[in-house]
Design a binder for this molecule. Sequence first.
Ligand SMILES: C[S@@+](CC[C@H](N)C(=O)[O-])C[C@H]1O[C@@H](n2cnc3c(N)ncnc32)[C@H](O)[C@@H]1O
Length: 201
Amino acid sequence: MNPTKQAKIFDKHAKLYEKRRNKITIDTKLRKKLLANASGNILEVSAGTGTNFPLYRNVTSLTAVDFSPEMVRYAKGAAQEVSYDCTVIQEDVEELMFQENQFDTIVSTLSMCSYPNPDFVLGQMSRWCKPGGQILLFEHGISSNKVAARLQEKLDPLLSERIGCHLDRDIIKLVNNKLKVTKVESHLMGTFHLIWATPYK
Ligand SMILES: C[S@@+](CC[C@H](N)C(=O)[O-])C[C@H]1O[C@@H](n2cnc3c(N)ncnc32)[C@H](O)[C@@H]1O
């Protein structure tokens, strides 16, 4: 799907994300666990309305990126509510041009399902992250349960066009191909994963 069309789909969802932003939801505990040790100069890709912003504890600066103008509008509001330096940029993650080794920590929550080229984005994250830095991911993908996985595969062509997000990506395989994974925790029939990784450098 072309990025302009996809960003418009997310624009339509932005109000819903904003409503959920400050609520304790089923995934709040998982987000907190993943982000507990995020530190230094942090990049958050596809940050949505800024749900993760209050969960960071040890930030020097946060750069948050999203390509949906509506998500960015809300995220800029969320950035005003935190006490650390937080910059929100409207850009397609696949077009970003950061320097090599620019960030101590890179975070993505629920975004690998959306990119046309997730391999490329993971490669970029590896490049932008300092050696020994952290790449922290909370992602969903194809279930480890065969029945659920077949359903995801069947629904994917229809739903991905409507919601801008793929249901059937093998996230663990994708990440293992590009990053040095140090820990994985899977939930909900192996559909959601917390992944702690570092670049190969
Ligand atoms: C499922 S939402 C997750 C939002 C947020 N990360 C969270 O955890 O609540 C996916 C987000 O990715 C953004 N997104 C998808 N593809 C993108 C791209 N290529 N560049 C920038 N943002 C993108 C969407 O606009 C949306 O805000």
